[in-house]
Write a protein that binds this ligand. Structure first.
Ligand SMILES: [Cu+2]
Length: 337
């Protein structure tokens, strides 16, 4: 029933409701359910609102006419009093029915979300940090686990059990096209089940104010066919090809020499830092620094020149580098695909 109402939603006619970050353009089972209850609420409350306004207008119109009629004597009942009782009873009845439908509807949606099929689900642990996302793909075989940051890939039609944790303060995970919000709370693991049904690129955003750069805490989400996902995951598991050009080789030495590796991990290199995002395949990600810039060599150069200028207050300090060192660093980091 809720699905059918979904299709009736007037909003779909408006272009502004579609897009990569819209709860009104659902691309998963869970987002469809939430959209269903949202549409039901919109319809019921919209109709109620229109009714109230219509009756208010009628009352004003009638009152103006009555004012011009003969005055009602003191102590005498207005002829309008009897219908008024009936109308009020009707209103109370309508309100109760409306509220019951809404309560029942949200109960159904809650049930749908809680009882969703978890068969064959894959587990992904997401840890929110000020102001980036650590994303760990779990696997029963330890050697097949891998880590990335600020991007999430999901195969279509397979449930993902997302475990949400926080490294510092409270954040909130929200990819509107894929599901409702869920908080990430230090010392606690919250769970969210997502079953994507449509291939596409979506955008997530931290939805709980978490400090200075809260707005630049975005997450690129790719929902792709199962084979494309498997290929992506396989590439993530491999260490990137070692740098081959002299400039990239020098860049790797700068990376180690400037102690970038004390905060960042690059698989296959002496770099196991954990306080910053994993950089193993950073050059294959759509954006830099949790959505602060689309990824490009220029953006990378800008970031390294002064991360505090691009994203003030973030937890990567300015590491002073000369222009030639920076060019070498960029050449190296750009090989991390
Ligand atoms: Cu946050």
């Amino acid at each position: 029933m809720i699905r059918r109402i979904t299709r009736l939603a007037p909003c779909l006619a408006l272009a502004g409701c579609a897009g990569v970050q819209s709860a009104l353009d659902p691309a998963s089972d869970q987002a469809s359910s939430v959209f269903g209850i949202w549409s039901l609420m919109l319809w019921i409350c919209g109709v109620m609102y229109a009714l109230v306004l219509a009756f208010l207008a009628a009352a004003i119109w009638k009152a103006r006419h009555r004012l011009s009629g003969p005055p009602i004597a003191e102590g005498q009942k207005s002829p309008a009093d009897r219908p008024l009782t009936r109308v009020l009873t009707g209103w109370v009845g309508l309100t109760v029915v409306g509220l019951l439908v809404l309560t029942f509807g949200s109960f159904l949606v809650d049930r749908q979300l809680a009882l969703a099929d978890q068969k064959n689900a894959q587990t992904i642990k997401i840890t929110a940090n000020q102001w980036w996302w650590k994303v760990e793909y779990d696997d029963p075989v330890p050697g097949r686990r891998f880590v990335t940051a600020n991007e999430l890939h999901l195969p279509v039609d397979r449930p993902a059990r997302i475990e949400l944790e926080a490294g510092d303060v409270i954040h909130s995970f929200w990819v509107p096209n894929l599901g409702g919000k869920q908080d990430l709370i230090p010392g606690r693991t919250n769970r969210l089940l997502v079953t994507p049904r449509r291939v596409g690129l979506f955008r997530g955003q931290c939805a709980e104010f978490c400090g200075l750069q809260h707005a630049w805490m975005a997450l690129d989400v790719t929902v792709e066919p199962q084979t494309a996902f498997a290929a992506w995951a396989e590439a993530q598991r491999r260490a990137p090809a070692p740098p081959s050009t002299p400039e990239a080789l020098r860049g790797r030495d700068v990376f180690i020499g400037a102690a970038c590796n004390s905060c960042h991990q690059v698989t296959g290199q002496p770099a196991q830092g954990q306080t910053g995002p994993d950089l193993t395949h950073m050059a294959s990600r759509p954006s830099l620094a949790a959505g602060a810039r689309p990824y490009s060599r220029q953006a990378l150069d800008e970031w390294l020149r002064d991360p505090q200028a691009l994203k003030p207050g973030n937890h990567m300090p300015l590491v002073a580098t000369r222009a030639d060192e920076r060019a070498a660093l960029v050449a190296y980091l750009d090989t991390l695909k």
